[in-house]
Ligand binder design. Structure first.
Ligand SMILES: Nc1nc2c(ncn2[C@@H]2O[C@H](COP(=O)(O)OP(=O)(O)OP(=O)(O)O)[C@@H](O)[C@H]2O)c(=O)[nH]1
Ligand SMILES: [Zn+2]
Length: 335
């Protein structure tokens, strides 16, 4: 039988009924409003199109449907939801105000929200794939642009010989002096992970870092019961496993959460605006306030306080070099 849907929706547009019960009208038509229990608080752990997985207070998962009237939820959102009586499903009622919202750029110069209520970025580095200060600086700039603090976590510490550890620590000392906390861990052996987790208490962090640094391995170590794809090569097939998954929130304890979002893991490679670059090198931005010209780019302008500071050594030469590299767009292929 032909469905009269098209006709009725046309009629609906022509003659809007002002008395309509908005709530009832917008709930997914398969859901009986009478079956909904009282609203409860929860946290969005994953989203699939028109549905979200919401964790309740005991961190049990309820698949919830969205209403047309809902603001679009993202991973990490604190929400109100209502369960359907005797079913494992429910509906999202509303979002709570967010304390932060991380967005990623879309191909047409727009932005798309990806994770809410993130307190800090946990940036994973590794001796292999070899880390570069240029890439690290890009991540720090991007995080600063999102107004999020960064913790630097050097993973795969078990692979570094004692004789080489000091050299790596020396390279990172510059960043420690700039105020970025640094941790050394091994996601494979668990070395240093407990201490890191203790320090994260009460925070909701986003895991970031380039491919192969061990993000999935760290999640696998922290949540051994979950099936996490890592980049290991399968012994039987000789093929690498598929490592892309949906954005997801994991609970470390009652008030500590970790968000892994494939779309933002490598946010350090996104396009950066000149202003972000200027603000993102925190010591350059601070000293730059004393430059003669307010719009000084610290390249070769007269009266540049940054160039003077670099000359007398209070700004590291490598940082100024990376800053100039980025501001002159020598690395556009990344964008
Ligand atoms: N020895 C050692 N190997 C590690 C450690 N962490 C990760 N690995 C190995 O590094 C490789 C890459 O790890 P993944 O966890 O897949 O890396 P990823 O950052 O999730 O990579 P993408 O999914 O591509 O973003 C795997 O072969 C891991 O076994 C570690 O702490 N020590
Ligand atoms: Zn200057």
């Amino acid at each position: 039988m032909a469905k009269p849907e098209k006709k009725s929706s046309k009629r609906w547009r022509k003659k809007p009924n002002k008395q309509v019960n908005y709530t009832k009208q917008t709930v997914d038509r398969n859901i009986d409003e009478e079956s909904l229990l009282d609203p409860e608080q929860g946290i969005v752990i994953s989203r699939f199109g028109q549905q979200v997985d919401i964790a309740d207070e005991s961190f049990n998962t309820i698949r919830c449907f969205l209403r047309k009237s809902n603001e679009v939820p993202v991973v990490g959102d604190r929400v109100w939801f209502r369960r359907q009586k005797d079913l494992p499903t429910g509906i999202l009622v509303e979002l709570e105000p967010r304390r932060s919202l991380l967005k990623r750029p879309t191909p047409h110069h727009g932005v798309k929200p990806v994770a809410a209520n993130i307190d800090l970025i946990a940036l994973l580095l590794a001796p292999e794939p070899a880390f570069s200060e240029v890439l690290l600086d890009r991540y720090l700039v991007a995080a600063q642009a999102s107004q999020l603090p960064v913790w630097i976590i050097m993973n795969k510490w078990d692979t570094v010989a004692h004789s080489e550890q000091e050299a790596i620590k020396d390279r990172l000392k510059l960043y420690q002096d700039l105020g970025y906390p640094i941790y050394y861990i091994s996601s494979k052996t668990g070395e240093g992970v407990d201490q890191l987790v203790k320090s994260l208490k009460g925070k909701q962090l986003l895991l970031a870092g380039q491919s192969g640094v061990g993000k999935s391995t760290l999640i696998g170590y922290l949540f051994p019961d979950m099936k996490i794809a890592t980049g290991e090569v399968s012994e039987t097939s000789g093929l690498g496993t598929h490592t892309t998954t949906a954005s997801r929130l994991y609970r470390l304890d009652d008030d500590t959460y970790l968000v892994d979002s494939p779309g933002v893991r490598e946010f350090g490679l996104w396009h950066l605006e000149d202003e972000d670059i200027k603000q993102g090198f925190i010591e350059i931005s601070q000293i730059g306030e004393q430059c003669k010209f307010r719009d000084c780019k610290h390249l070769n302008e007269p009266g540049c306080a940054v160039l003077a500071a670099a000359k007398e050594g209070s700004i590291a030469a490598s940082r100024l070099k990376n800053y100039r590299h980025l501001i002159q767009h020598f690395d556009q292929p990344f964008a």
